[in-house]
Design a protein around this ligand. Structure first.
Ligand code: SAM
Length: 244
């Protein structure tokens, strides 16, 4: 099956991405659990334990492409009362689900901003840390998003990215391919009525740069001490960089 996303010009890519997430917003969380067999929870836990947000001092955190709030809630749960998290996403529908899920639990400690990762409406040198989970591969101009991440971080601030990567274990990679190309769009179609959106997600994973190439892009945006590690046989990778 080919839905033509491959040939979408850069300028139109964001429109496609917005359609995808507007269409799946209300079913997004259940789909994550279904498609990853709950693994996305462990990957997000791993991201937050890599960050180790402080319990005893003020901490300003920005979670970009934050969607329905999974990463933000974890950071708030794992840190102290002086942590404030901004959840930023280009899609108001996803943020609405996030705000509903948050309820009054994090009042005064969380805010939601509808904006583009490529052009953050935020002041420079404001945040102690920046995370982006399963978001960067949807952004048309990744270099612009990385430059913006670097700009809004304070010196000493940390950048962390969780993203799908490339399975690096023989045989498993074939099984993973079969699963992603055959099962995911069907499952997505059954649960959300929108197989095409899930076909897009699978294709976007395939087109994303290798972990080493992505690490170089992070360095090009100005980050130092850039490292990465893969989890679950390479299904996902966590990249880390510091603004010095
Ligand atoms: N971080 C959440 C999580 O891990 O559950 C949501 C990830 S979801 C797969 C991708 C999110 O990226 C969507 O909510 C989408 O609206 C958002 N997104 C796509 N393009 C964006 C952009 N240019 N700027 C900000 N957010 C964007």
């Amino acid at each position: 099956t080919h839905f033509g996303f491959q040939s979408v010009p850069l300028g139109e890519k964001q429109g496609k991405v917005n359609e995808v997430f507007r269409s799946v917003a209300s079913r997004y969380d259940i789909m994550n659990d279904l498609m990853s067999a709950g693994l996305h929870r462990l990957w997000k836990d791993a991201l937050v334990s890599t960050l180790r947000p402080p319990r005893d001092r003020p901490f300003r955190h920005l979670d970009v492409a934050g969607g329905t709030g999974d990463v933000a809630f974890r950071i708030l749960d794992e840190s102290g009362p002086q942590t404030r998290v901004t959840v930023l996403d280009i899609n108001g529908e996803m943020l609405k689900v996030g705000a509903e899920r948050a309820g009054h639990r994090y009042e005064g400690r969380i805010d939601f901003v509808e904006a583009n990762a490529e052009e953050l409406p935020l002041e420079s040198k404001t945040y102690d840390a920046y995370t982006i989970a399963f978001g960067i591969r949807n952004v048309p101009r990744i270099d612009a998003a990385l430059r913006e991440a670097h700009r809004v971080l304070k010196p000493g601030g940390r950048f962390l990215c969780l993203e799908f990567s490339k399975v690096d274990v023989p045989v498993l990679d074939k099984i993973y391919d079969a699963y992603s190309f055959n099962v995911i769009p069907k499952l997505g179609g059954m649960v959300t009525g929108d197989a095409e959106s899930y076909q897009y997600l699978v294709e976007s994973i395939r087109r994303f740069p290798t972990p080493a190439a992505f690490a170089r892009m992070i360095e090009e945006a100005g980050f130092k001490r850039v490292t990465h590690r893969t989890l679950t046989a390479g299904v996902v990778a966590i990249h880390s960089g510091w603004k010095i």
